[in-house]
Ligand binder design. Sequence first.
Ligand code: FES
Length: 112
Amino acid sequence: MPVKVTVCEGCCCGNVDKGHPEVPVNYLLDAWNEYDIAKHVELEISGCLGPCSKHNVSVLKIQDKEIWIGELNEESHYKAIVEWASKFSSIQGGDAIPKILQDHVFDPDEDY
Ligand code: FES
């Protein structure tokens, strides 16, 4: 599938024992079903992706382009991911990410 969302729930991301906010996995899975997103956008809940200091991390992959986003500390960040993925499931498409996530974009090769 050319479009994929990978949400980290590894050793740090979502680890409340380390003081990090929970990753709302059930919310994401329910939203993927409710809005029928899976037909066009794959959702993967993954183990550690590497840049733990940016907890909580997710990656939006479009074709061979990856957009890494970190410090997803609010429910609204995950809602924005659902919103972004839903657009790929509609006829509108597009790869612009919601404004609320733009400040959270980082380069995994440089920024951690
Ligand atoms: S646990 Fe998420 S990047 Fe390491």
